[in-house]
Design a protein around this ligand. Structure first.
Ligand code: ADP
Ligand code: ADP
Length: 220
């Protein structure tokens, strides 16, 4: 069963065609790599799935429903879109508590998600002083607050040091191992080939290849 279903999305920004018939599905228990050059439409696709951009045509469903009709959306899907933009003046822990409460979630999971992303020791530091890598982790902690079965991460290894990249790879694998559907984008195939179970390769707003990584390796 598909937990993300993207079907025939089209989207223009003025003269620019961002999405030109984008279609794919994301299944539980797998890391699906969403790969393609900058400008291929990866972020726009994720924004449409999350209801942050409206498509001109087509539809995107999470667990069979459009985002806008989900009750308690954070319990259905978590997303890391632009961690670079996240610079709260609160401590990491207070930021998550505030986020949980503002989204109608209780604060019970805050310490658990901080631990999941390896940030317990930094939980009482101000997030505005965090490195990009720590902001990525905090952003992922936020995405996990509602314990959602679906996660979307846009270029999560951007700006990470080698140690952070290794951590991220293992962490994405563990999320899929828990049965979650994980969609992770990158403009570099090499960042995802060891992490993803499946690759959805995109260019110019549409899918140009959709294959399991195992098939890719055995046929190469
Ligand atoms: P990717 O995430 O693969 O780098 P994007 O989805 O960000 O690709 O962008 C797809 C295309 O849509 C690009 O040509 C980009 O410049 C354009 N685009 C994206 N968002 C906007 C916007 N808000 N206004 C105008 N053009 C946009
Ligand atoms: P607040 O949102 O004000 O921080 P919480 O919603 O976290 O308060 O709840 C306070 C206490 O109630 C917590 O310690 C938690 O153990 C308990 N609690 C809240 N919601 C549930 C739940 N759905 N199931 C079990 N215990 C809960």
């Amino acid at each position: 069963q598909a937990t993300i279903e993207v079907n025939g999305l089209r989207k223009r920004f003025g003269q620019t065609t961002a999405l030109d018939g984008m279609s794919f599905t994301v299944t539980p228990g797998q890391v699906t790599g969403f790969v393609g050059p900058n400008g291929a439409g990866k972020s726009t696709t994720m924004r449409v799935i999350l209801g942050l951009d409206a498509a001109d045509e087509g539809h995107a469903l999470i667990g069979g429903q459009p985002y806008i009709s989900l009750r308690n959306p954070l319990t259905h899907v978590g997303a890391l879109l632009d961690a670079g933009a996240l610079q709260p003046s609160r401590t990491a822990r207070n930021h998550l508590l505030w986020l949980a409460h503002s989204q109608g979630l209780n604060g019970r999971r805050v310490d658990e998600v901080l631990q999941q992303v390896g940030m317990q020791s930094a939980s009482r530091r101000k997030a505005s002083g965090f490195s990009l890598g720590m902001r990525q982790r905090l952003g992922i902690a936020a995405a996990l607050l509602g314990d959602p079965p679906v996660l979307m991460l846009d270029e999560p290894v951007n700006g990470l040091d080698p140690e952070g990249i290794v951590w991220m790879r293992g962490f994405l694998r563990s999320l899929a191992g828990e049965g979650r559907a994980v969609l992770v984008s990158s403009h570099l195939m090499s960042e995802l080939e060891d992490t993803a179970d499946r690759l959805v390769v995109v260019g110019k707003g549409r899918v140009i290849a959709d294959t399991s990584v195992a098939d890719l390796i055995t046929t190469a």
